[in-house]
Design a protein around this ligand. Structure first.
Ligand SMILES: *Cc1c(COP(=O)(O)O)cnc(C)c1O
Length: 387
């Protein structure tokens, strides 16, 4: 069966009620008939669920569906995208190890790498997304992992997955990819050689702005180590959130197709607008890494970003002039969302620090929703007129 069919059809065994839609296993622990069954479960001699910090059928269904979509051997679901990313670092890196990472990464990932990993003696080096010739030069004898995000949030840079995986393989590094922006229906990093794929399921996977969640999928041995770390440290995904996210996967493919179509229409409608200095969308020929995007992505995804000619003040004016688009700190929703990182999420950084992570003063990120495309385009256009 095709992964998209599996994401709809894989489900927990039916209970005696013969329900069609999967039930929610909202329970913290599971019962045993006798001491022998309980002993066997604790001795890892059976697959019985013990306690929902370790495993839970609703969580397992979501994880199995994600594994099918990504083409992965195994997975573990977590409470948020950040706990997935943090667990992939903490379970697999140790004191004295070195992490290689592209510099354009999600803000909280940047904080974990630069502020927290060094506390545990884990060093890092940032390399530019678009200069593969610099990746190899930054590798040291103690380099253990190569971490990349593609497309990047919020700048929509594209990392060449094939090139990155070749460097990782050559130097025996764990190749770890944040696939949040593309989702597995648009991009499957494992097909290009990734060892691990991490997700914030909070975004497109939920797709309706309801719950937080995360997941790590990949090679069985690596996932086992991550599982052992998580089982003891406790970033487990709530069964309720897993049940919501698992249902969401049944519509992921059709949703992403529509998000991608709407985003492409918006990008085409805005390209060349006099109030816009530059605009980026992976599936527009003007995108600097367009060729790579075509090679590894099935559509360009739901995010469009552009730089307002008027800089910081225009960014604020733009947000204030929107009538329909939401101003909220999320993305990947049915509802279109606008954000201006320089005056909001990244306002505490200095101008220089912002530029180092590619946050320019007039950068606007639009998460394109499922509304009728013309309504989205009209709202963005009228707001542009005012800034
Ligand atoms: C939001 C996001 C995360 C973090 O996910 P949470 O679910 O908010 O913890 C990680 N990576 C990317 C690319 C994101 O957009």
């Amino acid at each position: 069966m095709h992964p998209i069919t599996k994401a709809i059809r894989i489900q927990t065994e039916r209970t005696n009620e013969m329900e069609h839609s999967s039930p929610l296993f909202l329970t913290s622990s599971f019962c045993f008939d006798n001491s022998e069954e309980m002993r066997a479960a604790f001795a890892d001699e059976s697959d019985d669920n013990i306690y929902s910090r370790f495993s839970n059928p609703s969580v397992q269904e979501f994880t199995d569906r994600m594994c099918a979509l990504e083409g992965a051997e195994a997975g573990y679901a977590t409470a948020s995208g950040m706990s997935a990313i943090f667990a992939s670092f903490m379970a697999l890196l140790k004191k004295g190890d070195h992490l290689l990472s592209c510099n354009a990464i999600f803000g909280s990932t940047h904080t974990v790498i630069t502020k927290f990993l060094p506390k545990y003696g884990i060093e890092y080096t940032y390399v530019p997304v678009d200069k593969p010739e610099e990746w190899e030069k930054a590798i040291r004898p103690n380099t253990k992992m190569f971490f990349v995000e593609t497309p990047t949030n919020p700048g929509l840079d594209i990392v060449d997955l094939e090139a990155a995986s070749a460097v990782a393989k050559k130097h025996n590094l764990i190749f770890n990819v944040d696939n949040c922006f593309a989702t597995p229906v648009n991009q499957r990093p494992i097909d290009f050689g990734a060892d691990l794929v991490v997700h914030s399921a909070t975004k497109w996977i939920d797709g309706q702005g309801r719950v937080l969640g995360g997941v790590i999928v990949g090679k069985k041995q690596l996932i086992h180590d991550i599982y052992l770390f998580c089982r003891s440290s406790g970033p487990a995904l709530s069964p309720f959130n897993a049940w919501v996210l698992s249902k969401s996967l049944e519509t992921l493919d059709v949703r992403m197709e529509r998000h991608g179509n709407n985003a492409l229409q918006l990008a085409k409608a805005l390209e060349g607008h006099p109030k816009i200095k530059w605009l980026k969308y992976p599936f527009l020929p003007s995108h600097p890494q367009h060729r790579i995007a075509l090679k590894q992505m099935r559509n360009g995804g739901g995010i469009v970003c552009f730089e307002l000619a008027g800089g910081l003040q225009s960014g604020r004016k733009f947000l204030d002039s929107l009538q329909m688009l939401s101003l909220t700190a999320n993305l990947g929703d049915t509802k279109s969302i606008a954000s201006h990182p320089a005056s909001t999420t990244h306002a505490k950084l200095s101008e220089q620090e912002r530029l180092a992570v590619n946050i320019t003063p007039g950068l606007i990120r639009i998460s394109v929703g499922l509304e009728y495309a013309e309504d989205i385009i009209n709202d963005v256009r009228q707001a542009l007129e005012k800034c």
